[in-house]
Ligand binder design. Structure first.
Ligand code: SAM
Length: 462
Protein backbone atom coordinates (compact mmCIF):
# COMPACT_ATOMS: atom_id res chain seq x y z
CA UNK A 1 0.00 0.00 0.00
CA UNK A 2 2.58 2.73 0.89
CA UNK A 3 4.45 2.27 -2.40
CA UNK A 4 2.22 0.93 -5.18
CA UNK A 5 -1.29 1.64 -3.86
CA UNK A 6 -2.35 -2.03 -3.72
CA UNK A 7 -4.20 -3.40 -0.69
CA UNK A 8 -2.19 -5.81 1.46
CA UNK A 9 -4.05 -8.04 3.88
CA UNK A 10 -1.67 -8.47 6.82
CA UNK A 11 -1.65 -11.78 8.70
CA UNK A 12 -0.89 -10.01 12.00
CA UNK A 13 -1.45 -6.26 12.24
CA UNK A 14 0.48 -6.06 15.54
CA UNK A 15 3.78 -6.83 13.75
CA UNK A 16 5.97 -3.87 12.87
CA UNK A 17 7.31 -5.35 9.64
CA UNK A 18 5.21 -6.05 6.57
CA UNK A 19 5.77 -6.69 2.90
CA UNK A 20 3.37 -5.60 0.16
CA UNK A 21 2.04 -8.70 -1.64
CA UNK A 22 1.79 -6.75 -4.93
CA UNK A 23 5.17 -4.97 -5.22
CA UNK A 24 7.33 -6.51 -2.47
CA UNK A 25 7.95 -3.16 -0.73
CA UNK A 26 8.87 -3.60 2.97
CA UNK A 27 7.35 -1.18 5.49
CA UNK A 28 6.24 -0.69 9.08
CA UNK A 29 2.40 -0.61 9.06
CA UNK A 30 2.43 1.31 12.37
CA UNK A 31 4.31 4.22 10.84
CA UNK A 32 2.58 6.34 8.23
CA UNK A 33 3.81 9.50 6.59
CA UNK A 34 1.39 11.73 8.55
CA UNK A 35 0.71 12.57 12.18
CA UNK A 36 -2.38 14.42 13.42
CA UNK A 37 -1.13 17.78 12.14
CA UNK A 38 1.92 17.21 9.94
CA UNK A 39 3.27 14.95 7.21
CA UNK A 40 6.67 13.88 5.95
CA UNK A 41 7.33 13.72 2.22
CA UNK A 42 8.33 10.10 1.43
CA UNK A 43 10.56 11.30 -1.43
CA UNK A 44 12.64 14.09 0.17
CA UNK A 45 11.98 13.45 3.88
CA UNK A 46 10.95 17.04 4.72
CA UNK A 47 8.15 17.60 7.22
CA UNK A 48 5.33 20.16 6.81
CA UNK A 49 2.28 21.29 8.77
CA UNK A 50 -0.78 20.04 6.91
CA UNK A 51 -2.84 23.19 7.53
CA UNK A 52 -0.10 25.41 6.10
CA UNK A 53 0.22 23.37 2.92
CA UNK A 54 -3.58 23.29 2.48
CA UNK A 55 -3.72 27.09 2.89
CA UNK A 56 -1.15 27.45 0.13
CA UNK A 57 -3.07 25.23 -2.30
CA UNK A 58 -6.08 27.54 -1.76
CA UNK A 59 -8.89 24.98 -2.06
CA UNK A 60 -10.52 22.23 -0.01
CA UNK A 61 -8.18 19.20 0.36
CA UNK A 62 -8.84 16.63 -2.36
CA UNK A 63 -9.19 12.92 -1.67
CA UNK A 64 -8.32 9.92 -3.78
CA UNK A 65 -10.38 6.73 -3.77
CA UNK A 66 -7.86 4.04 -2.80
CA UNK A 67 -9.84 1.07 -1.51
CA UNK A 68 -13.30 -0.39 -1.10
CA UNK A 69 -14.66 -2.25 1.89
CA UNK A 70 -17.31 -4.65 0.60
CA UNK A 71 -19.27 -7.72 1.52
CA UNK A 72 -19.79 -10.55 -0.92
CA UNK A 73 -22.69 -12.96 -0.34
CA UNK A 74 -20.36 -15.92 -0.99
CA UNK A 75 -16.98 -14.80 0.32
CA UNK A 76 -17.86 -12.45 3.17
CA UNK A 77 -16.25 -9.10 3.98
CA UNK A 78 -13.12 -7.92 2.19
CA UNK A 79 -11.15 -4.88 1.07
CA UNK A 80 -10.10 -4.35 -2.51
CA UNK A 81 -8.13 -1.83 -4.51
CA UNK A 82 -10.39 0.36 -6.65
CA UNK A 83 -10.93 -0.71 -10.25
CA UNK A 84 -11.63 1.43 -13.31
CA UNK A 85 -15.29 0.48 -12.93
CA UNK A 86 -15.34 1.93 -9.40
CA UNK A 87 -13.73 5.15 -10.61
CA UNK A 88 -16.20 5.34 -13.53
CA UNK A 89 -19.13 5.03 -11.13
CA UNK A 90 -17.81 8.01 -9.19
CA UNK A 91 -17.31 10.01 -12.39
CA UNK A 92 -20.89 9.19 -13.45
CA UNK A 93 -22.27 10.52 -10.13
CA UNK A 94 -20.13 13.66 -10.54
CA UNK A 95 -21.55 14.24 -14.04
CA UNK A 96 -25.10 13.69 -12.84
CA UNK A 97 -24.52 16.22 -10.10
CA UNK A 98 -23.50 18.79 -12.70
CA UNK A 99 -26.12 18.06 -15.35
CA UNK A 100 -29.27 17.31 -13.34
CA UNK A 101 -31.38 19.73 -11.33
CA UNK A 102 -30.16 18.99 -7.80
CA UNK A 103 -31.00 20.21 -4.30
CA UNK A 104 -27.66 21.20 -2.81
CA UNK A 105 -27.17 23.69 0.05
CA UNK A 106 -25.60 26.98 -0.96
CA UNK A 107 -25.09 28.34 2.57
CA UNK A 108 -21.65 29.68 3.46
CA UNK A 109 -19.87 28.57 6.65
CA UNK A 110 -19.89 31.56 9.03
CA UNK A 111 -16.86 32.42 11.18
CA UNK A 112 -16.81 30.89 14.66
CA UNK A 113 -14.80 28.89 17.17
CA UNK A 114 -15.51 25.46 15.64
CA UNK A 115 -16.08 26.66 12.10
CA UNK A 116 -12.53 28.08 12.05
CA UNK A 117 -11.36 24.48 12.43
CA UNK A 118 -12.49 23.92 8.83
CA UNK A 119 -12.34 27.47 7.45
CA UNK A 120 -8.59 27.14 8.07
CA UNK A 121 -8.61 24.23 5.62
CA UNK A 122 -10.38 26.30 2.91
CA UNK A 123 -13.88 24.90 3.49
CA UNK A 124 -16.17 27.83 2.57
CA UNK A 125 -19.61 26.27 1.98
CA UNK A 126 -21.33 23.51 3.97
CA UNK A 127 -21.55 21.54 0.72
CA UNK A 128 -17.70 21.41 0.73
CA UNK A 129 -17.98 18.81 3.52
CA UNK A 130 -19.29 16.23 1.00
CA UNK A 131 -17.85 14.66 -2.13
CA UNK A 132 -19.81 14.89 -5.39
CA UNK A 133 -21.26 11.39 -5.09
CA UNK A 134 -22.51 12.10 -1.56
CA UNK A 135 -24.10 15.36 -2.72
CA UNK A 136 -25.77 13.61 -5.63
CA UNK A 137 -27.04 10.74 -3.45
CA UNK A 138 -28.39 13.11 -0.77
CA UNK A 139 -30.09 15.32 -3.35
CA UNK A 140 -31.66 12.27 -5.04
CA UNK A 141 -32.96 11.01 -1.70
CA UNK A 142 -34.40 14.40 -0.73
CA UNK A 143 -36.13 14.75 -4.08
CA UNK A 144 -37.50 11.21 -3.64
CA UNK A 145 -38.95 12.05 -0.22
CA UNK A 146 -40.44 15.37 -1.33
CA UNK A 147 -41.88 13.76 -4.44
CA UNK A 148 -43.72 10.92 -2.65
CA UNK A 149 -47.37 11.01 -3.73
CA UNK A 150 -49.95 11.94 -1.03
CA UNK A 151 -51.49 8.45 -1.01
CA UNK A 152 -48.10 7.06 0.08
CA UNK A 153 -46.85 9.79 2.38
CA UNK A 154 -48.70 12.58 4.15
CA UNK A 155 -46.97 15.72 5.53
CA UNK A 156 -46.28 14.03 8.86
CA UNK A 157 -44.58 11.02 7.24
CA UNK A 158 -42.51 13.27 4.98
CA UNK A 159 -41.32 15.21 8.03
CA UNK A 160 -40.29 11.91 9.63
CA UNK A 161 -38.32 10.88 6.58
CA UNK A 162 -36.62 14.30 6.49
CA UNK A 163 -35.73 13.82 10.16
CA UNK A 164 -34.16 10.48 9.23
CA UNK A 165 -32.28 12.08 6.37
CA UNK A 166 -30.95 14.68 8.78
CA UNK A 167 -29.58 11.85 10.92
CA UNK A 168 -27.88 10.36 7.85
CA UNK A 169 -26.03 13.60 7.11
CA UNK A 170 -23.56 13.13 9.94
CA UNK A 171 -22.71 9.59 8.73
CA UNK A 172 -22.41 10.49 5.05
CA UNK A 173 -19.82 13.21 4.57
CA UNK A 174 -16.06 13.51 4.11
CA UNK A 175 -15.40 13.94 7.86
CA UNK A 176 -16.49 10.38 8.69
CA UNK A 177 -14.03 7.65 9.48
CA UNK A 178 -13.86 4.02 10.59
CA UNK A 179 -15.21 3.49 14.09
CA UNK A 180 -12.92 0.55 14.50
CA UNK A 181 -10.96 -0.64 11.52
CA UNK A 182 -12.38 -3.99 10.47
CA UNK A 183 -15.77 -3.49 12.14
CA UNK A 184 -17.36 -1.70 9.20
CA UNK A 185 -19.03 0.76 11.59
CA UNK A 186 -18.92 4.43 10.59
CA UNK A 187 -17.73 7.04 13.08
CA UNK A 188 -19.92 10.05 12.43
CA UNK A 189 -18.43 13.52 12.14
CA UNK A 190 -19.69 14.87 15.49
CA UNK A 191 -18.37 12.13 17.77
CA UNK A 192 -16.10 14.79 19.31
CA UNK A 193 -18.40 17.84 18.98
CA UNK A 194 -15.88 19.56 16.73
CA UNK A 195 -15.37 20.16 13.02
CA UNK A 196 -12.25 18.25 12.18
CA UNK A 197 -11.11 17.49 8.61
CA UNK A 198 -10.47 13.79 8.15
CA UNK A 199 -7.30 12.60 6.41
CA UNK A 200 -8.71 9.15 5.60
CA UNK A 201 -12.47 9.64 5.22
CA UNK A 202 -14.86 6.76 4.88
CA UNK A 203 -17.51 7.25 2.21
CA UNK A 204 -20.58 5.39 3.34
CA UNK A 205 -23.35 3.94 1.20
CA UNK A 206 -26.21 6.40 1.84
CA UNK A 207 -29.06 3.97 1.25
CA UNK A 208 -27.16 1.10 2.92
CA UNK A 209 -27.36 -2.67 3.07
CA UNK A 210 -28.92 -4.70 5.91
CA UNK A 211 -25.54 -4.61 7.69
CA UNK A 212 -24.63 -0.98 7.08
CA UNK A 213 -24.04 1.53 9.80
CA UNK A 214 -25.31 5.11 9.56
CA UNK A 215 -27.33 4.61 6.38
CA UNK A 216 -30.90 5.64 5.53
CA UNK A 217 -32.33 2.10 5.47
CA UNK A 218 -30.62 0.93 8.69
CA UNK A 219 -31.18 4.12 10.69
CA UNK A 220 -34.85 3.82 9.80
CA UNK A 221 -35.00 0.66 11.93
CA UNK A 222 -32.43 1.49 14.60
CA UNK A 223 -33.50 5.08 15.28
CA UNK A 224 -36.82 6.22 13.83
CA UNK A 225 -38.88 3.04 14.03
CA UNK A 226 -37.40 2.04 17.39
CA UNK A 227 -38.24 5.47 18.84
CA UNK A 228 -41.81 5.32 17.58
CA UNK A 229 -42.22 1.77 18.88
CA UNK A 230 -40.97 2.93 22.29
CA UNK A 231 -43.53 5.78 22.23
CA UNK A 232 -46.29 3.25 21.58
CA UNK A 233 -45.06 1.00 24.40
CA UNK A 234 -42.82 3.03 26.70
CA UNK A 235 -40.72 1.18 29.27
CA UNK A 236 -38.20 2.18 31.90
CA UNK A 237 -34.93 0.27 32.03
CA UNK A 238 -33.89 -0.98 35.43
CA UNK A 239 -30.34 -2.24 35.82
CA UNK A 240 -29.91 -4.39 38.87
CA UNK A 241 -26.75 -6.37 39.62
CA UNK A 242 -25.64 -5.93 35.99
CA UNK A 243 -28.92 -7.39 34.70
CA UNK A 244 -31.33 -5.24 32.72
CA UNK A 245 -35.07 -5.39 33.30
CA UNK A 246 -37.94 -3.53 31.66
CA UNK A 247 -40.49 -1.84 33.85
CA UNK A 248 -43.88 -0.56 32.74
CA UNK A 249 -45.21 1.81 35.37
CA UNK A 250 -47.03 5.17 35.48
CA UNK A 251 -46.64 7.61 33.87
CA UNK A 252 -45.08 5.31 31.27
CA UNK A 253 -48.01 2.89 31.18
CA UNK A 254 -49.68 4.38 28.13
CA UNK A 255 -48.51 5.45 24.68
CA UNK A 256 -46.69 8.76 24.43
CA UNK A 257 -48.54 10.75 21.83
CA UNK A 258 -48.47 14.51 21.38
CA UNK A 259 -51.69 16.38 20.71
CA UNK A 260 -50.52 19.92 20.07
CA UNK A 261 -52.09 23.10 21.41
CA UNK A 262 -51.32 26.58 20.09
CA UNK A 263 -51.93 28.45 23.34
CA UNK A 264 -51.93 27.88 27.09
CA UNK A 265 -55.75 28.24 27.20
CA UNK A 266 -56.11 25.53 24.57
CA UNK A 267 -53.63 23.32 26.43
CA UNK A 268 -55.51 23.40 29.74
CA UNK A 269 -59.06 23.39 28.32
CA UNK A 270 -58.86 20.68 25.67
CA UNK A 271 -57.37 17.18 25.47
CA UNK A 272 -54.17 18.68 24.00
CA UNK A 273 -51.03 17.74 25.94
CA UNK A 274 -48.11 19.62 24.35
CA UNK A 275 -46.98 23.01 23.07
CA UNK A 276 -43.79 23.21 21.05
CA UNK A 277 -41.99 26.52 20.57
CA UNK A 278 -38.71 27.22 18.84
CA UNK A 279 -37.54 30.22 20.88
CA UNK A 280 -35.26 31.34 23.69
CA UNK A 281 -36.25 30.04 27.15
CA UNK A 282 -35.53 33.48 28.59
CA UNK A 283 -39.11 34.38 27.67
CA UNK A 284 -42.01 31.96 28.19
CA UNK A 285 -44.67 34.65 27.69
CA UNK A 286 -47.29 32.12 26.62
CA UNK A 287 -47.27 30.53 30.12
CA UNK A 288 -48.99 32.45 32.96
CA UNK A 289 -47.36 32.80 36.42
CA UNK A 290 -47.19 29.85 38.86
CA UNK A 291 -48.90 27.26 36.63
CA UNK A 292 -46.23 24.62 36.17
CA UNK A 293 -45.28 21.63 38.39
CA UNK A 294 -41.79 21.09 36.99
CA UNK A 295 -39.34 22.67 34.58
CA UNK A 296 -37.04 19.96 33.23
CA UNK A 297 -34.26 21.25 31.05
CA UNK A 298 -30.75 20.62 29.75
CA UNK A 299 -28.81 23.88 29.34
CA UNK A 300 -25.51 24.13 27.46
CA UNK A 301 -22.41 23.05 29.39
CA UNK A 302 -20.56 26.37 29.57
CA UNK A 303 -17.91 26.27 26.78
CA UNK A 304 -18.06 22.54 26.00
CA UNK A 305 -20.20 22.50 22.85
CA UNK A 306 -21.01 25.30 20.41
CA UNK A 307 -24.43 24.00 19.42
CA UNK A 308 -25.41 26.48 16.73
CA UNK A 309 -22.00 26.39 15.03
CA UNK A 310 -22.32 22.63 14.65
CA UNK A 311 -26.09 22.58 13.99
CA UNK A 312 -25.60 24.81 10.95
CA UNK A 313 -24.16 21.79 9.15
CA UNK A 314 -27.65 20.21 9.31
CA UNK A 315 -29.54 23.47 8.97
CA UNK A 316 -27.92 24.14 5.59
CA UNK A 317 -29.81 21.07 4.25
CA UNK A 318 -32.98 21.36 6.32
CA UNK A 319 -33.35 25.03 5.38
CA UNK A 320 -33.51 23.90 1.73
CA UNK A 321 -36.14 21.28 2.36
CA UNK A 322 -38.27 23.02 4.98
CA UNK A 323 -38.01 26.52 3.53
CA UNK A 324 -41.74 27.21 4.03
CA UNK A 325 -41.57 26.58 7.79
CA UNK A 326 -41.32 29.74 9.95
CA UNK A 327 -38.56 28.11 12.09
CA UNK A 328 -36.35 27.74 9.01
CA UNK A 329 -36.40 31.32 7.73
CA UNK A 330 -33.16 32.45 9.38
CA UNK A 331 -29.84 32.37 7.57
CA UNK A 332 -28.39 30.02 10.20
CA UNK A 333 -29.08 28.76 13.73
CA UNK A 334 -27.05 31.39 15.59
CA UNK A 335 -29.08 33.22 18.23
CA UNK A 336 -28.04 36.24 20.26
CA UNK A 337 -29.43 34.53 23.40
CA UNK A 338 -27.68 31.18 22.89
CA UNK A 339 -26.30 30.50 26.37
CA UNK A 340 -22.70 29.47 25.70
CA UNK A 341 -19.18 30.66 26.39
CA UNK A 342 -17.64 31.35 22.99
CA UNK A 343 -15.12 34.17 22.84
CA UNK A 344 -15.01 34.10 19.03
CA UNK A 345 -18.70 35.06 19.11
CA UNK A 346 -18.06 37.56 21.96
CA UNK A 347 -19.86 35.37 24.54
CA UNK A 348 -18.02 35.55 27.87
CA UNK A 349 -18.54 33.54 31.12
CA UNK A 350 -20.45 36.60 32.46
CA UNK A 351 -22.78 36.46 29.45
CA UNK A 352 -23.37 32.73 30.02
CA UNK A 353 -24.17 33.27 33.68
CA UNK A 354 -26.58 36.09 32.83
CA UNK A 355 -28.36 33.95 30.20
CA UNK A 356 -28.77 31.04 32.64
CA UNK A 357 -30.02 33.49 35.26
CA UNK A 358 -32.65 34.85 32.83
CA UNK A 359 -33.76 31.33 31.84
CA UNK A 360 -34.00 30.25 35.50
CA UNK A 361 -35.80 33.46 36.51
CA UNK A 362 -38.45 32.73 33.88
CA UNK A 363 -38.70 29.15 35.15
CA UNK A 364 -39.20 30.58 38.64
CA UNK A 365 -42.05 32.78 37.39
CA UNK A 366 -44.01 29.94 35.75
CA UNK A 367 -43.38 27.38 38.52
CA UNK A 368 -45.83 26.74 41.33
CA UNK A 369 -44.36 27.45 44.79
CA UNK A 370 -43.86 23.72 45.42
CA UNK A 371 -42.55 23.11 41.86
CA UNK A 372 -39.07 21.91 40.89
CA UNK A 373 -36.51 23.10 38.37
CA UNK A 374 -34.51 20.04 37.26
CA UNK A 375 -31.59 20.08 34.87
CA UNK A 376 -28.39 18.23 34.02
CA UNK A 377 -24.95 19.76 33.97
CA UNK A 378 -21.35 18.67 33.75
CA UNK A 379 -18.06 20.49 33.60
CA UNK A 380 -14.52 19.97 34.77
CA UNK A 381 -13.88 23.52 36.02
CA UNK A 382 -14.97 25.15 39.27
CA UNK A 383 -15.69 28.41 37.44
CA UNK A 384 -18.43 26.81 35.31
CA UNK A 385 -20.09 25.26 38.38
CA UNK A 386 -19.86 28.44 40.42
CA UNK A 387 -21.56 30.42 37.65
CA UNK A 388 -24.36 27.87 37.37
CA UNK A 389 -24.84 27.96 41.10
CA UNK A 390 -24.90 31.77 41.15
CA UNK A 391 -27.51 31.80 38.37
CA UNK A 392 -29.64 29.37 40.42
CA UNK A 393 -29.38 31.53 43.53
CA UNK A 394 -29.91 34.87 41.78
CA UNK A 395 -33.06 33.49 40.12
CA UNK A 396 -34.53 32.66 43.53
CA UNK A 397 -33.80 28.93 43.83
CA UNK A 398 -31.73 26.72 46.07
CA UNK A 399 -30.25 23.39 45.07
CA UNK A 400 -32.21 20.69 46.93
CA UNK A 401 -30.50 17.60 45.51
CA UNK A 402 -27.67 16.60 43.20
CA UNK A 403 -27.70 13.18 41.53
CA UNK A 404 -24.69 12.02 39.49
CA UNK A 405 -25.32 9.80 36.48
CA UNK A 406 -23.07 8.27 33.84
CA UNK A 407 -22.58 11.01 31.23
CA UNK A 408 -22.61 11.00 27.46
CA UNK A 409 -18.83 11.53 27.34
CA UNK A 410 -18.11 8.32 29.25
CA UNK A 411 -19.58 6.14 26.51
CA UNK A 412 -19.77 8.42 23.50
CA UNK A 413 -16.23 9.59 22.92
CA UNK A 414 -12.78 8.82 24.27
CA UNK A 415 -12.20 10.88 27.39
CA UNK A 416 -8.51 11.26 26.86
CA UNK A 417 -7.47 14.60 25.46
CA UNK A 418 -10.98 16.04 25.31
CA UNK A 419 -11.11 19.54 26.67
CA UNK A 420 -13.01 19.57 29.96
CA UNK A 421 -13.87 15.88 29.61
CA UNK A 422 -15.77 14.55 32.57
CA UNK A 423 -17.41 11.22 33.09
CA UNK A 424 -20.51 12.10 35.07
CA UNK A 425 -23.49 14.33 34.47
CA UNK A 426 -25.09 15.85 37.52
CA UNK A 427 -28.86 16.06 37.79
CA UNK A 428 -29.60 19.14 39.89
CA UNK A 429 -32.99 19.53 41.55
CA UNK A 430 -33.73 23.14 42.51
CA UNK A 431 -36.63 24.50 44.50
CA UNK A 432 -37.88 27.98 45.28
CA UNK A 433 -36.03 29.83 48.01
CA UNK A 434 -36.17 29.63 51.01
CA UNK A 435 -35.35 25.98 51.76
CA UNK A 436 -37.28 24.31 54.61
CA UNK A 437 -34.01 24.08 56.53
CA UNK A 438 -30.92 26.02 55.63
CA UNK A 439 -28.56 23.06 55.93
CA UNK A 440 -28.04 22.43 52.21
CA UNK A 441 -28.07 25.75 50.52
CA UNK A 442 -24.53 26.98 50.33
CA UNK A 443 -22.32 26.37 47.31
CA UNK A 444 -19.56 24.64 49.31
CA UNK A 445 -22.12 22.18 50.69
CA UNK A 446 -23.44 21.36 47.21
CA UNK A 447 -19.88 20.99 45.95
CA UNK A 448 -18.97 18.61 48.79
CA UNK A 449 -22.09 16.57 48.09
CA UNK A 450 -21.15 16.35 44.41
CA UNK A 451 -17.66 15.11 45.30
CA UNK A 452 -19.00 12.54 47.76
CA UNK A 453 -21.67 11.24 45.35
CA UNK A 454 -19.28 11.14 42.40
CA UNK A 455 -16.69 9.29 44.40
CA UNK A 456 -19.15 6.68 45.61
CA UNK A 457 -20.54 6.27 42.06
CA UNK A 458 -17.03 5.72 40.66
CA UNK A 459 -16.47 3.05 43.29
CA UNK A 460 -19.77 1.39 42.45
CA UNK A 461 -18.84 1.38 38.74
CA UNK A 462 -15.41 -0.15 39.35
C1 SAM B 1 -27.08 20.33 26.38
S1 SAM B 1 -27.95 20.80 24.94
C2 SAM B 1 -29.46 19.96 25.07
C3 SAM B 1 -29.37 18.66 24.40
C4 SAM B 1 -30.68 17.89 24.40
N1 SAM B 1 -31.08 17.58 25.74
C5 SAM B 1 -30.50 16.63 23.59
O1 SAM B 1 -30.42 15.56 24.17
O2 SAM B 1 -30.43 16.74 22.36
C6 SAM B 1 -28.34 22.47 25.27
C7 SAM B 1 -29.33 23.10 24.27
O3 SAM B 1 -29.73 24.39 24.77
C8 SAM B 1 -29.98 25.22 23.64
N2 SAM B 1 -29.99 26.64 24.09
C9 SAM B 1 -28.95 27.50 24.28
N3 SAM B 1 -29.38 28.70 24.70
C10 SAM B 1 -30.74 28.61 24.78
C11 SAM B 1 -31.77 29.54 25.12
N4 SAM B 1 -31.50 30.79 25.48
N5 SAM B 1 -33.05 29.10 25.07
C12 SAM B 1 -33.35 27.82 24.69
N6 SAM B 1 -32.42 26.91 24.36
C13 SAM B 1 -31.13 27.30 24.39
C14 SAM B 1 -28.85 24.86 22.70
O4 SAM B 1 -29.19 25.23 21.38
C15 SAM B 1 -28.75 23.34 22.89
O5 SAM B 1 -29.56 22.70 21.94
Amino acid sequence: MPQCGAISILPDVRKEAATCSACGHSYNPHKGSATASSFTCPTCGSTHRIVEVVRQIGHVPEHRLYALDYKCARHGRHYKTQTQEDLDLFTKAKQQLQTEDNLIPKAEIPDGYNTRQILNFNYRYWSDCFNERQLYALSTLIKGILGLPPEVSDKNTKEFLILLLSSCLEFNNMFCSFKGRGTGAVRHMFSHHVLSPEKVPLENNLWGTPESSGSFSTLYYSKLRKAKEWCLRPVERIINGGKEKELIAPPLDKPIEARFAHSWVELVNTDANAIVRCASSTSLVYIPDQQVDAVITDPPYFDNVNYSELADFFYAWLGLVLKDYPEFQGENTRHEEEAIVNLTQGKTPDFYQDMLFRVFREAHRVLKDEGALVFTFHHATDDAWIRVFKAIQDAGFYCAAAWPIQGEMSVGVPLLGKKNAIEHDMILVCRKWPPPNLSFSRWDQVFTRILVETDSLSQRTL
